[in-house]
Each structure stands twice: as C-alpha cells, then as structure tokens.
Design a protein around this ligand. Structure first.
Ligand SMILES: NC(=O)N[C@@H](CC(=O)O)C(=O)O
Ligand SMILES: [Zn+2]
Ligand SMILES: [Zn+2]
Length: 433
C-alpha cells in the first residue's frame, strides 16, 4: 500500500461535475495505490507533499510528439522523450508514426507502447501510419493496429495528399471510432525547397516559402471528405488565420473535425527567421502576427480544440546547416505549458478551466484514450495529475533539457516554468528538486 497526500492544492477540474468527481478548489488530494481516494482515509504512513499555494490540473496529454525511436535514437528515445514530457507536466503522449521503420504495423505500434511502459515516465500511445511507409500510396494495416488499441492514425511529416486514399482511410477508421490526423499541406503548392512562410520576409531573405493556401485548401478538402464518410478528422498544427476560417465553417456544418495548435505558433512569428537561425525552421512555418492573433482567438473560442506540442527533436548534424538545408522542427514538451500560460492565461484570453479543456480533456477525447486520462479526476480513478506553481518564471536553458536534442527555440527567453510534480498512471514521474 502506497499513499501520497498532496496537501492544500487548488484543483482545477475543467468542469463537467459528476457523482464521483473530486470537488474543484482547495483541498487535500489522497492517492492510494495509484488511485484517488478520500483524504479523510489517509493513514499516518502517507507521504505528505505540501502543495499550499500550488494548483493541480488533470494530467496534460500531448496529441503530437515525435519520440524518434526506433531509428533516430541519437535525437531522442522513448525514454528521453517521455522524461521530458513528465517534466513538462504531461501524463501521456501520442507518438507520431514517422519513425524508422515507420510505425505502420501492429507489431511496431506494440513495441513503442512497451518501450513507454518500461521507461515509466508517461503513458505512450502510438499513432499508426495511414499509409505503408508514409509513402501515400497504400493503406497501412489500420485494422490490425486498431485491434491492439490504436485509434489515431497519421502520416505526419507528410500530407495524405491523394484524395482517394484519404477518403478510404476515413471510411476505414469510422468502424472503430478512429481518427485521421492530417498534416495539412498541399505538397504541390509547397515546393521542395520551401522552408518558411511565403510573404514579404521570405522575399526579402531570398528563401522559398509556402503560401497559407497550401494549408487551408487541404483542410477544406478533408472537411468535405469527413462529411462524405461521416468520419472523424483531426487537423495537426493549424498555423494560419485562413485555416481557422475553414475550421469554423466546417464545425458550423456539423462536420466531425477537431484541430490542434502548437505553443510555438501561439507566440513566435516569421520575424524569428530573419537571423537565418535554423532553430526556427519548422513545418508548418512560423507565420505573421495576424495569424498568431487568429490562432489565439480560435483556441480561446474552441474553434481550435487542443494544444499539441509537435515536439520534434533533431540531432545537431541535421539542424546545423544553412537555413534552407536544415531539418524541420523544434522541441516543445518541457516548455509547452509555460508558453500556453504566457500567451493565453496571462493575457486573459483563457481561464483555468478552459485551459484544462484544451490541454487534457479535449486531447483525451480526440485520441479516444477511453481510460482515466483526459477526465475530470474522480475517486477510484488512476491518478493523472500535474501540480504547478503558476507564478514561477525562469529563463529557458536549452542545456538543461531532458531531451537528447538541443533545437530549443525558447533558449534564453524568460517564460513561466510552472511544473512542480507530475503524476502519470498513479505514480510520481517528475518532481522538481
Ligand atoms: N514539425 C516539423 O517541423 N517536423 C516534424 C514533422 C511534422 O510535424 O510535420 C518532424 O518529424 O521533425
Ligand atoms: Zn506535421
Ligand atoms: Zn509532427
């Protein structure tokens, strides 16, 4: 029997009260053998944590993490990535399929889940590839992956650009309430050498860019396919105001569409690219101020359902090149909550309950986790909890990251640094020293 008594935390629940729910607000939280229990039953043996002045949130869930194992263990492993996730307050992560080999079979997916269990820092839910080898030609073994519990499928890194393949994938996953997560970017509109947002700055810097239309047009097409198939579509890393308009239009029509935004698209802009620092090279690219404002408004009003990190670690020798030749992607797990607090809470755009909706409840629902994750904490449930000090701030130091990679766009910037304790699957997975 292990007992953990968190004393005096202010619990934010994200709403939806129900019979067994822990009450919102200040209280002692007892976790007995990994499950929430009545604090009145705490024994003298309980380990006590003083959480006076701290806030507790249902454990964060990241819909979009690149863990790089198997294949690029020099950039990240399941262990290093989930350790970073725990430090960021995440109790669970969805692991993208663009590994090497690609996660396009049930065996490959099961292997990644097992690696997550062995590491023990955060629950790892593998995302299955939509197409074999992410080649965009033949459907992967969606049914076999579904049989071992995979509910989310994505060719992320690549867009499923063939309309017929996308239609068939959506039709296929409907049977088990699965979801296709799309990297919405028309490869025919984004040239091979495209590396930033197409606009005034790309012209001045002499870099090839993507027009916003490359994103919005794919979202519009996929929304029609989701309607046609009556199936669930999730849009990865939405980055433009035009895309937000398309999402609002699709939602108004009752289409089963959800969307995520990354922390970096909520704060960084095209202006960062002017120093040609490849740390800021990411896909989709950083966009102008107007897009950032539209993304914040959409996350506040629910047009965008969730925050997802798109944590994309890269080894030095893949990132340290001329801007046009460097790999796409940036780290995100450890700083995500700080950026969301800075951009959405500290600006008054979101309240705490809605923040919990966007970082835990909605991600759990979208991914179809169907476990104790992404729920309002309740007695008897396995504890998934993030205890934070919302006032704590610090300059980010890339060298201190638990990630194996150093492509950290926040290095040197002062941000909220709130996470004190993460409890994943009933156990402490991170505790600030
Ligand atoms: N976001 C990125 O810039 N890169 C991702 C792929 C992706 O999310 O599209 C990666 O795997 O490195
Ligand atoms: Zn992507
Ligand atoms: Zn990604």
């Amino acid at each position: 029997m292990t007992e953990l008594l968190i004393k005096g935390a202010n619990l934010v629940t994200g709403g939806d009260d129900h019979e067994n729910a822990l009450p919102a607000g200040g209280q002692d939280i007892l976790i007995k053998d990994g499950r929430y229990a009545d604090p009145a039953d705490a024994s003298a043996e309980a380990t006590v944590i003083d959480a006076d002045g701290l806030t507790a949130l249902p454990g964060l869930i990241d819909l979009h993490t690149h863990l790089r194992e198997p294949g690029r263990e020099d950039a990240e492993t399941v262990e290093s990535g989930t350790r970073a996730a725990a430090r960021g307050g995440f109790a669970a992560v969805l692991a993208m399929a663009n590994t090497n080999p690609v996660t396009d079979t049930a065996e490959a997916a099961a292997h990644i889940r097992t690696l997550g269990e062995k590491a023990g820092f955060a629950q790892v839910f593998p995302i299955g590839a939509v197409s074999k080898g992410l080649a965009g030609e033949e459907l992967a073994e969606l049914g076999l992956m579904a049989r071992i519990g995979v509910r989310m499928f994505s060719d992320d890194g690549n867009c499923v650009s063939d309309s017929r393949l996308m239609r068939r994938a959506l039709e296929y996953v409907r049977a088990f309430d699965g979801v296709i997560a799309q990297h919405s970017q028309d490869p025919r509109l984004a040239g091979r050498d495209a590396c930033c947002h197409e606009g005034e700055i790309s012209g001045r810097l002499g870099l090839a860019g993507w027009p916003s239309a490359a994103e919005a047009t794919v979202i519009a097409r996929d929304a029609e396919l989701a309607k046609l198939t009556n199936s669930r579509l999730h849009v990865c890393h939405v980055s433009t105001a035009e895309s937000v308009d398309v999402l609002a239009w699709a939602k108004k029509r009752g289409i089963k569409i959800t969307a995520e935004v990354t922390p970096h698209h909520l704060l960084l802009t095209t202006a960062e690219v002017q120093g040609y620092d490849p740390t800021y090279k990411v896909n989709p690219p950083l966009r102008p101020d107007e897009d950032v404002a539209a993304l914040r408004a959409a996350l506040a009003d629910g047009t965008i359902d969730a925050v997802a990190t798109d944590h994309a670690p890269h080894a030095r020798h893949d990132k340290e090149h001329a801007f046009a030749d460097a790999a796409f992607g940036m780290l995100g797990l450890e700083t995500a909550l700080g950026v969301v607090i800075e951009t959405m809470l500290n600006t008054g755009a979101l309240d705490w309950d809605t923040l919990v909706q966007r970082t835990s409840i909605a991600p759990g629902r979208i991914a179809g986790l169907g476990s104790d994750l992404g729920m309002r904490p309740a007695y008897g449930q396995t504890a998934q909890l993030t205890v934070i000090d919302p006032q704590r701030r610090n300059p980010v130091d890339a060298a201190e990251s638990f990630s194996l990679s150093r492509n950290n766009p926040w290095h040197g910037r002062e941000l909220p640094d709130p996470v004190m304790i993460t409890i994943a699957d009933g156990r402490i997975s991170y505790q600030r020293q």
